[in-house]
Design a protein around this ligand. Structure first.
Ligand code: C2E
Ligand code: MG
Ligand code: MG
Length: 562
């Protein structure tokens, strides 16, 4: 019996319907299953890809046991029984097959029951590979993001209360594996991880592969509940075990972000965003760990995004809301004002006065620190020139971010500024924090060299908060070391830190650099710290950061001079 014999028993209407099914996709192939005799027929194409002996096979049960992924067999059998008994006339399932190399292939099978010759119930339909439509991944045997979105959308709409958790898993160093060991190694890691994940969850729990190196577990099953923490721990354990078995030839770690509740009313898109955020939290916290979704930190994150938008608007509107404040720096021990540090302020319409500790990191993340830093540089240089009419050696300190160093042509900006404004290079001191410095970077070293050649001074800021490494001092060739207030506070409280600061100051002096002590607030503090012999002092005791006109009034008596 061939296809034609079967089709002969059909009405024209039925044949047309069958043809329509077949034509839906060129990646699919046709099958006919005689539900009365168990005869199964597939097109030639299918026999090449899957372990079918022939195009016409007598015992479909045996064949399915070989082709269908074992744990999906029961589901298929139940559905076929409904078709055979007449309980249903259509068949639509997504499940797994095994190809000729025993690799898992996700397929979509759609068919309809027609009555053929001799009154047999025939299931006629097509099988298509989900991987070919990017809905399943033949590398890992998992369904892909497109399918996750469709399934999650239905799940969130129809039975959100049944979702126990969604866990998004990402490989911490996938890019590195791909780059250093090649794409094949990357593929192997993906396959291995897919197995580790499947091994950690019940078969009824859904696992998807999202883009690149990310996976998603969705537990909306009715199996014995297993906590996400236990699942994650088991995945980690299996990865570690596999690494050991393979004699540590390849090593990777994974992070995970888990959303456990509040699924009601959310879209698949939203859940994607929440799990992505939570996974990133795990990575931000140091990788190789699991993070639980937390509404407060997500709100905080959204606020930062909003703030970033507001900052961008400010930058695009001639730096509206930004203002540069100046704090006096006095010489020691005579306490004359010798300069000022330019400190940026942001008065936002939406957020009020925001601390630089909050907005500077956002400017850095977004790269906005480059135009804003340039703005501060010009403002500060202009004011310095103006104030030199009253204090000829006046210098202005400008804080630099490492983002400006790495991602903009800082040297060009500084030179242009000095030239346009018309100040001496040594009127400008660029402050760099100790913590962002990467000593091996040649570009940065060249920049320091060039700055020195052009006689622009550097100050090492926040000394005492990081490694307090004297080597940095030498590499940067900082003219000044600024000792951070937190260190000063410690020294005021205990003798040990006090003696460390004293020794550091001696050491800095022996290297030919100056010391500026930051954060002196009270007279007693000043008296005690002066014994360590700093060269300059900056602190509320001598003046808080203030707008330029206020600084002039207080420190330069601009009204009655020059
Ligand atoms: P920083 O460069 O170490 O600036 C010194 C900070 O100590 C300033 O905080 C200043 O107001 C504060 N301070 C000074 N004296 C005292 C004191 O006696 N007691 C106390 N408690 N604090 C004192 P501010 O203005 O909040 O700035 C914080 C940080 O933000 C700065 O630390 C700097 O790292 C960054 N920043 C400020 N403006 C800029 C800028 O234009 N560009 C960049 N890249 N960073 C900036
Ligand atoms: Mg500073
Ligand atoms: Mg400082």
């Amino acid at each position: 019996m061939g296809y034609l014999d079967i089709l002969q028993g059909m009405s024209l209407e039925q044949i047309r319907a069958v043809i329509e099914v077949i034509q839906q996709s060129s990646d699919s192939f046709l099958f006919i299953l005689d539900l009365n005799t168990d005869v199964y027929m597939v097109s030639e194409k299918a026999t090449k890809r899957f372990p079918f002996d022939d195009t016409v096979m007598e015992n479909s049960t045996e064949i399915f046991k070989r082709v269908v992924y074992p744990s999906d067999y029961a589901m298929l059998k139940a559905d076929l029984e409904k078709c055979a008994s007449g309980e249903q006339d259509t068949h639509a399932l997504e499940y797994r097959w095994l190809d000729r190399k025993d690799r898992v292939v996700w397929i979509s099978c759609q068919g309809m029951v027609v009555t053929g010759t001799e009154g047999h119930r025939l299931l006629v339909g097509r099988v298509s590979e989900l991987g070919k439509k990017a809905k399943a991944d033949n590398l890992t045997g998992l369904r892909r993001e497109a399918r996750f979105r469709l399934n999650a959308e239905a799940l969130l709409r129809d039975r959100p209360d049944t979702i126990r958790y969604m866990m998004r898993i990402g490989i911490d160093n996938f890019k590195e594996i791909n780059e250093k060991e090649g794409v094949e190694a990357g593929d192997e890691v993906l396959q291995e991880l897919a197995e580790c994940i499947l091994n950690a969850v019940d078969e009824k729990v859904d696992v998807y592969r999202l883009m690149a190196d990310e996976f998603m577990i969705v537990d909306a099953s009715d199996t014995v509940p297993k906590k996400p923490r236990a699942v994650y721990n088991q995945i980690q354990k299996t990865i570690a075990h596999t690494a050991k078995m393979k004699e540590y030839s390849r090593f990777y770690t994974v992070s995970a972000g888990v959303v456990e509740k509040d699924f009601k009313g959310r879209s698949a898109e939203e859940v994607m965003r929440l799990t992505e955020f939570t996974l990133n939290e795990a990575k931000r916290n140091g990788r190789n760990q699991m993070a639980m979704y937390n509404q407060a930190s997500y709100d905080e994150y959204l606020k930062r995004l909003d703030m970033r938008k507001a900052l961008r608007r400010a930058v695009n509107h001639q730096f509206k809301g930004f203002e540069v404040y100046y704090q006096p720096i006095v010489s020691a021990p005579d306490y004359h004002v010798v300069g000022a540090e330019a400190l940026l302020r942001w008065h936002s319409e939406e957020y009020g006065n925001v601390s630089p500790a909050v907005f500077v990191p956002i400017l850095e993340e977004s790269g906005l620190i480059i135009p804003v830093g340039r703005h501060v540089l010009w403002e500060a240089a202009n004011i310095c020139k103006k104030w030199q009419a009253y204090i000829p050696d006046f210098h202005v300190n400008v804080n630099l971010s490492y983002v400006q160093l790495y991602r903009s042509d800082l040297m060009k900006d500084v030179e242009k500024c000095i030239q346009e404004v018309g100040i001496d290079p040594d009127s400008l001191v660029l402050e760099l924090t100790e913590s962002g410095y990467i000593e091996t970077d040649e570009r940065i070293k060249n920049l320091f060299r060039e700055l020195k050649e052009k006689k622009i001074d550097l100050a090492l800021d926040d000394f005492g908060t990081g490694y307090s490494n004297m080597r940095y001092l030498k590499e940067i060739e900082a003219k000044t070391v600024k000792i951070d207030r937190s260190f000063v506070v410690q020294a005021l409280q205990n003798e040990y830190d006090y003696s460390i600061i004293s020794h550091i100051i001696d050491m800095v002096h022996s290297l030919g650099s100056y010391v500026c002590m930051e954060g002196i607030e009270e007279k007693e503090e000043l008296n005690k710290m002066m014994k360590t012999k700093p060269d300059m002092i900056q602190g509320y005791y001598f003046g808080r950061p203030s707008p330029a006109d206020q600084f002039e009034e207080t420190f330069l008596q601009i009204k009655d001079s020059p």
